[in-house]
Design a protein. Sequence first.
Length: 528
Amino acid sequence: MRLAVLNLGISVILIAAANAAFWQTVLATRPQPLFVAALAAFALALINLFLTAVTWSRLAKPALYVVVLASAAASHFIARYGVLFDRDMIANMVQTDLREALELLNPGFIAWMLVFGLLPCLAVYRIRIVRGSWKSRLAEPLAVLLGSVMILGVVAATAYQPLASLLRNHRELRYQIVPLNVIGAAVSYASRSLRTPGRLEPVGTDARQVLPAGSSSRRRIAIIVVGETARAANFSLLGYGRETNPELARQELIVLRNVQSCGTATATSVPCMFQDAGRAAYTSAMATGRENLLDVLQRAGIEVLWRENNGGCKHVCDRVPSETLAHLDLADLCDGGQCRDEILLRGLQERIDEVRGDAVIVLHMLGSHGPAYYKRYPSAFATFAPACETADLARCEREQIVNAYDNTIRYTDHVLAALIRLLESNAASLDSAMLYVSDHGESLGEHGIYLHGIPYAIAPREQTHVPMLAWLSAGLRRQIDIACMRRHADAPLSHDNLYHSVLGLMHVRTSVYRPERDLFSPCSQLSG
């Protein structure tokens, strides 16, 4: 078979077999046969152009193997979970640890890859490519180039307006079409990642701790709990019909009701919430190229510690003391290289006792990370049943998936309540605070979407509306008016507030501190 014919055949297979979700959206919004045919010709020309560009000489078949396998994997996640592929999704995939990746390799994924990945690759392997003379090897790609450009031009000239309207009103389409979505996202991610890193940009070089008049001279410790994949919609503290927060409901909390995340995936949200730039100005380069909140706190003389029970701190803890707890492999809390979040409390009292001055400790939870929700909580917290007990969500009813997810929130409730009790036990010797906020939310089947990572501009509210809670010890409640804070509980907030609220709580003054973003500033009863 001529290589040009093989490329065209693979392009047809990809258009037909790997893009079910794309065509489903198109047919649901603009089912006119002529328009669908024009769009198919347009997509076919683009894919064929790409394959022609990457299939040269003896590297042709390996290139096709990579494209076919990547397309099969992408089409699986789009079809099963409603995943959309952009640069942030590629970053999320690259930064996913082995444990999380293995949870996605379920029987459904393997079967899909056998049918849509391995079988086409075997067909390519069996085909003998006819090379021809050097003239034909040069003429063929030129002919493909000219033919494809002509098709693109004709479609653009005759169907530009409806095509532009479709893409404008359904922006998800550009993230659905395989393999162009994966190629574009991977190139964008690689181009940004391969940029030569510059010098680390210092932030808050003037940071110092300034105790206002009337503040306590006792040690002050703030615990920042970074939640994982917890959405506000399933917190009973925020109005959810099920009692998912029975233990926290008994605590004197400040429940912030209208909080938006910085991103829809951990790789974006975690480094973003520890930057002062805010979501509007944040770029992924800041994660490695710019100092963050922990650097500023440490410069001001505050002791800092990061405790990890997730896939890493995403460079936030690169320059401060940190410890990963999953390797402890404690029989009562860990299984198969994964530990439940109560491990974050194991040894925490000893860490508090070691602190000589004021401190900020970050606890990074595993939380409600999917799709294997059932692994995130012990059997004692299987409150809602029956629960989905597989990572292959397609094998479960939506009610079972929601039950498993709600159990993870119920367990998070328990861990946070236990943390508060631990801090209360230290009330005689120190003032303490807990700030909890999730990194992003989660889709549980709404609009046919599962998991998270949808591009922020089109992300559903379930992925961006996150819970944020604050608890203050009795000593701090004498310095911060809790009733005042509750009166502001419905104000629009975001991850942007975390940075400045922690600086304010720890009395750190610096030129980058913005009091209007400090949750505690309007309700402080201290002077100065």
